[in-house]
Design a protein around this ligand. Sequence first.
Ligand code: FES
Length: 129
Amino acid sequence: MLFFVVFKDFEKIKPSRLIMQEDILIKITNREGVTHQVQAPTDMNLSIMELIRSYELAPAGTVGHCGGRAMCTSCQCQILNDVPLNNMGEREQMLLLETKALRPNIRLGCQIPITENLEGLELELLAVN
Ligand code: FES
């Protein structure tokens, strides 16, 4: 059986969304060491943690325990290249300091908003302690 989708109102679709100009590419290595290159929308106000969850790059319930409030470290990532990130906030710094993970290339995925600047970012999701 064949199904055809017909866009009757094709001209009403926002052209930029149709061709997804807002999307960027990010490489994420999961906890099993498998690297995935994923398309990340920059117009949906998502974080890296939410991107990892939406692509199911970690088993359900293992990432984002605190809902992205910088309280759990389940979204801890190692940044693998020099793509410029947003500055680390005080809450993120304190949590990483408390867990002895405060290093320049370690970030909480929930504290990194997806913006155009992240094009080509490479990171690895770290294991939960
Ligand atoms: S989701 Fe809890 S610290 Fe990022």
